[in-house]
Design a protein around this ligand. Sequence first.
Ligand code: AMP
Length: 190
Amino acid sequence: MNIILLGPPGAGKGTQAARLVEARGMVQLSTGDMLREAQASGTEMGKIVAEVMAKGQLVTDEIVIGLIREKLAQGGSGFIFDGFPRTLAQADALAALMEETGQSLHAAIELQVNDEILVDRIVGRAEQARAAGQPVRADDNAESLKTRLMAYYKQTSPLIGYYHAKGLLRGVDGLADIDTVEAQIAAILD
Ligand code: AMP
């Protein structure tokens, strides 16, 4: 079973993906994590994307599709696509890659939230990291968040209609507490 987690930054995609990995042994494919790894290891690609990410803009379709293609080529299944696809071009590329590898998508799960909560969650995430002496994401600040939200509404939210048309869209209340959201997702998967 392969699923997509859809939703704006701070909706809880990463948190729920981690729960699914833990509970079901699924495999999280987060393009954000892959890009941050590339950045940390100082690869050419990492250098190119660092500035774009810090501003909160989307990196090119070509780069993220390439990252996902590499992961899918390694085989396996039970994927949670977290933060990918983010554009219609990426969604089409994913459909083609899935077909090539003989896989299918079970659902695109939309974590529904409102903007006010996102600002609180993202600022909270930065403060928690700071308090724990962990690195704070370069894009977890108010300025970049505005750009990230705009990127979500302009470029990613059309995917809601796209997956609805494919009969794959499932909505969950992302404002509920973490365990309740997890239970709602479990109900979709079981
Ligand atoms: P995330 O960890 O999913 O919030 O992603 C952090 C940042 O990485 C985003 O703001 C983008 O700059 C970049 N990014 C992650 N996934 C994608 C994607 N699928 N397409 C384009 N840019 C992405």
